[in-house]
Design a protein around this ligand. Structure first.
Ligand code: SAH
Ligand code: SF4
Length: 368
């Protein structure tokens, strides 16, 4: 297959995606990323949007076999960020022109949690008269809960499918009836029906995952009419079943990490080339594998950054994977550091804007 021919095709197919995802030659990668960045310029512009990421609680009823805050990890001290601190950070985001806030937590489905989040959304939407765009990332919920949170004023929801391959999903989760691929997919459908701008994504470089799986993930985004993509490399957490298996198999060497980083960037570039007008995040997991991981992703087509605004005293207790960056930084450092990273690649920050996915508005006729 010839790279230039593939890069100039109007519509890529699965074979093309597998070919692109498997590229490793530095010159090929340069041409691939440049083509994806050109699509970003055409459909989005050289502008990157911020969502302040507030990890407000690490309590979780799930036991995902890869995740550092899984229920079974008793080394983690569980925390809830006090309500006034959450509102303080939301106000900080507004005053610092972030445009949007993303509230993330472990998964809870009890009424106390649901109504707590509902009240929080209403209070956050009062700041600046509804000025802050609000994304939620709080796991699987019933359609009724998604509707309550949407009606309270949040409008974007992130729920990663983790992998579009149900067999691989099963290997990554306990088989206890509470970690079902189909339920997760049904949640994505329920979110779309309820009116949310829906985001999903996958982990990249998982044990047992093939390039075909990753190409299928991109086709899955298309089939679900997904507006926002948040995906990143799988990163080992030392105190998890999958992390232990990967380390025991000798598959977490520097070369393995480099491969997962490259695959992560290749996924960003291939998704930008294929889906064109969606929002794509340059996720923190990229930076856990390489100090410049997020800049590389912005240059390969990503357009969303999520600076941490989690309270510094809770950051060490919200480690989904090892080497989480910015553990020591305050929100001021994260803000300034990211702004210079954006400028370093020739982009600018879309201050004070929600930066919604153009894809959502371009496909309103296809929303359920
Ligand atoms: N509980 C919510 C949100 C927090 S977890 C949920 O699961 O949706 C957010 C994301 O972190 C997950 O979707 C998963 O893709 C990612 N994650 C968890 N463990 C990880 C690891 N070891 N490496 C990379 N990403 C991980
Ligand atoms: Fe909980 Fe999300 Fe981690 Fe799964 S990935 S254990 S749902 S925080």
């Amino acid at each position: 297959m010839d790279l230039q021919t593939v890069l100039h095709k109007d519509k890529l197919n699965k074979e093309d995606l597998v070919f692109l995802l498997g590229l490793t030659d530095p010159q090929d990668l340069q041409a691939f990323y440049a083509a994806a960045y050109a699509v970003k310029l055409e459909y989005i512009g050289n502008v990157d949007f911020y969502r302040g990421l507030l990890e407000f609680s690490n309590r979780c009823i799930k036991n995902c076999r890869y995740c550092g805050i899984r229920r079974g990890n008793t080394e983690v001290v569980r925390f809830d960020t006090p309500r006034e601190d959450i509102l303080h950070m939301a106000r900080w985001c507004y005053e610092n022109h972030y445009g949007s806030l993303c509230l993330q937590s472990g998964e809870r489905q009890d009424e106390a949690f649901i109504s707590y989040v509902e009240g929080l959304i209403r209070d956050i939407k009062r700041i600046g008269g509804g000025a802050l765009g609000l994304t939620l990332c709080c796991g699987e919920q019933t359609e009724a809960t998604y509707r309550r949170w949407f009606e309270a004023g949040a409008h974007r929801y992130l729920l990663r499918i983790e992998t579009s391959n149900p067999a691989l999903y099963a290997a990554l989760h306990p088989q206890d009836g509470h970690h079902e691929w189909q339920v997760r997919k049904d949640c994505l459908d329920a979110l779309a029906r309820t009116g949310w701008q829906v985001g999903t994504g996958v982990m990249i470089g998982l044990p047992g995952q093939t390039l075909e799986d990753l190409a299928d993930d991109i086709l899955f985004y298309e089939a679900q009419n997904i507006a926002m993509i948040g995906m990143g490399p799988y990163v080992v957490h030392h105190n998890t079943p999958i992390g232990n298996e990967v380390v025991a198999a000798g598959k977490d060497s520097p070369a393995d990490r480099e491969r997962r980083l490259r695959l992560g960037i290749n996924m960003v570039a291939a998704t930008r080339l294929y889906l064109k007008d969606v929002n794509i995040a340059a996720t923190t997991a990229l930076q856990a594998l390489h100090p410049l991981g997020r800049e590389m992703a912005l240059k390969a087509g990503a357009n969303i950054l999520m600076p941490l605004v989690t309270l510094p005293r809770f950051r060490t207790q919200y480690q989904l994977y090892d080497n989480k960056p910015c553990l020591e930084d305050g929100q001021e450092e994260c803000k300034n550091c990211l702004a210079s990273r954006v400028a370093s690649i020739g982009d600018r920050v879309g201050w004070d804007q929600w930066g919604d996915s153009p894809h959502f508005f371009n496909t309103l006729d296809r929303q359920p």
